[in-house]
Design a protein around this ligand. Structure first.
Ligand code: MRU
Length: 351
């Protein structure tokens, strides 16, 4: 079930504020690019594809404000701070940079840079709408390619939120699971709560409830014990960036799950659109890992959960080496090792 996570409405970017879920369904309207950047930074909108869509509309809202621009070329000059500011929000999900590169590319086209500013604004909005529409269809395609990987009576473990909320459409990893549910398979889905910001319990469990999928929230640290007791059949997660060799950056805590899955002989699937594959970097070592405010670790729903003044580290993502990944489900098909070959083929549209 798609959810309107990010849309364009009356010249503003309308964002479902995910920091308020699961208790409140609240939308925010951002009338300038700084508001969009803030929403990305504090995770009102989050998940790699959704961040890309939000950034694309953030450029459109900045274009609306650039009243002095006469041509597309003027607009590009005026939008440089907005593009740079949006790019500076979160470093790991490559979809953010992919979307901004597409938006800049529109203004760099000869026909647009020489056109009047209103025509250039319309071209920008058309590109952002295209990014959103592609996001919707990529989720459907991923679900179609991935659902047969989930067994009948499967007990599935997922981490963080790679559902509709993380995209402009139906999601990636969670879309695979929900599509298997719609095939009539009886499933039990374990949602890691996903410390420290609890995207698994707040968002994934909320989505699974809406879809009527039998779900259980677990502490992140319970996964290994469940595997050891034979209570998990398959792990499916999303991705924020996939390097050319198949190394996968995803929400912190994904890598330990992949190690556990290997130890227990379980398949470990990653689901992501082609826009998440970054062939410009050879391996996961080059993926920038976002370091977030340590207070996210030392303060939780109970207030302070660590002594005042204690230091914490808060990497928001980790990298799973390609050899722990059973397969990567993309919108252009399922890729297996050797990943260098398969990923290049799907990016170039040869698969
Ligand atoms: O910090 P977040 O909530 O943006 O992290 C999101 C994830 O790690 C998701 O698994 C990922 O973006 C997959 S997108 C469908």
């Amino acid at each position: 079930m798609a959810i309107d996570t990010v849309t364009w409405r009356d010249g503003k970017v309308r964002i479902l504020d995910q920091t308020r879920l699961p208790t409140e369904l609240v939308y925010r309207e951002c009338g300038d690019w700084n508001g969009v950047a803030e929403a990305i930074r504090v995770l009102r909108v989050r998940g790699a594809p959704a961040i890309g869509v939000a950034a694309a509309y953030g450029v459109c809202v900045a274009a609306e404000k650039a009243a002095d621009a006469a041509t597309g070329a003027d607009l590009l000059r005026a939008l440089e701070p907005a593009i740079a500011g949006l790019a500076a929000t979160r470093p790991t999900a490559v979809n953010l940079f992919w979307a901004l590169t597409r938006m800049r590319g529109v203004l760099e086209r000869d026909d647009v840079s020489s056109a009047d500013a209103d025509a250039a604004r319309a071209a920008l909005l058309a590109e952002a709408d295209r990014i959103l529409a592609e996001d919707r269809s990529m989720g459907e395609a991923i679900a179609g390619h991935g659902r047969d990987l989930i067994p009948e009576n499967g007990r599935v473990l997922t981490h963080c939120n790679a559902g509709a909320l993380a995209t402009g459409g139906i999601g990636t990893a969670l879309a695979v699971v929900v599509a298997a549910h719609h095939q009539g398979k009886r499933l039990l889905v374990y949602a890691d709560e996903t410390r420290p910001l609890l995207q698994g319990s707040r968002l994934t469990a909320w989505e699974l409830e809406r879809e009527g999928v039998d779900a259980r929230v677990i502490c992140d640290s319970a996964a290994g014990g469940l595997m050891a007791r034979g209570e998990i059949d398959v792990v499916v997660v999303g991705a924020d960036r996939i390097a050319a060799n198949g190394d996968v950056a995803n929400k912190v805590g994904t890598y330990p799950l992949a190690v556990l899955a290997r130890y227990h002989g379980l398949p470990f699937y990653v689901a992501a659109p082609v826009s998440t594959i970054d062939l410009s970097i050879p391996s996961g070592r080059e993926i920038p890992i976002e370091e977030r405010d340590p207070a996210e670790v030392t303060r939780g729903a109970l207030g302070r959960t660590a002594p005042a003044g204690v230091r914490a580290v808060n990497p928001a993502f980790d990298v799973t080496p390609a050899d722990l990944v059973t397969a990567i489900v993309t919108d252009r098909g399922v890729v297996r090792a050797p990943y260098e070959v398969g990923l290049e083929a799907v990016v170039e549209g040869r698969a």
